[in-house]
Design a protein around this ligand. Structure first.
Ligand SMILES: [Zn+2]
Ligand SMILES: [Zn+2]
Length: 194
């Protein structure tokens, strides 16, 4: 009987150690320690010195031990977060595999088609003091344009109309296609960003 308890306790702790030192929970603990370490910038900002490595090591031991003894209380939440972040990574990878999107492109640059010779300058997003410019593509004729909007924080308030000269709708949340041959096999090279 005693033996069974010991085995159960050992198994419990072993699972805690495995969870706490590797996999998503282990990574979370490492992240926690890193954020306690702070960056040069955040430490300067908060006018504090970076904690000593010995302190951080102690901190790490404490949270790892805490996790090892109490893992059933944490593991559900950690796994749920982990699942969410895996799903998000997959969605981002799927989107990127589809082609290039305005929201993954920075600044202003050149878009080039890999299936024909077409290339042109395009603005994805730049901002000045009182205004910003966001890239849009007409879903009918493929024309790329940059639309003026409010300053940061009001970048979604567009000054210009979201209708192309051809009458087609200008969209920003679609995969960009070549204005010449409609291919989605494009590359983007950023030239500057503001
Ligand atoms: Zn158009
Ligand atoms: Zn093309």
């Amino acid at each position: 009987m005693n033996n069974a308890y010991e085995i159960a306790a050992a198994t419990y702790l072993l699972i805690g150690i495995l969870f706490g030192t590797m996999g998503p929970a282990g990574k979370d603990i490492a992240k926690e320690v890193d954020s306690a370490r702070g960056s040069l910038l955040s430490n300067a900002f908060m006018e504090r010195e970076a904690p000593s490595e010995a302190k951080l090591f102690f901190f790490r031991i404490i949270i790892t031990l805490g996790f090892i003894f109490l893992w059933p209380f944490f593991i559900y939440g950690i796994m749920k977060e982990h699942k969410k972040s895996v799903a998000l990574d997959k969605r981002l990878a799927d989107e990127r595999a589809e082609g290039i999107w305005f929201h993954y492109m920075g600044g202003h640059g050149i878009i080039a088609c890999k299936d024909c010779d077409h290339s042109e300058e395009v603005t994805s997003f730049i901002h000045c003091i009182n205004s910003s410019f966001s890239g849009f593509q007409c879903q009918a004729c493929g024309k790329l344009s940059s639309i003026r909007a409010g300053s940061l924080g009001r970048a979604h308030v567009h000054v210009d109309s979201l209708q192309c000269e051809c009458g087609g709708p200008l969209k920003r949340d679609k995969v960009i296609f070549c204005p010449s041959c409609k291919s989605k096999n494009l590359s983007y090279e950023m030239q500057y960003i503001t």
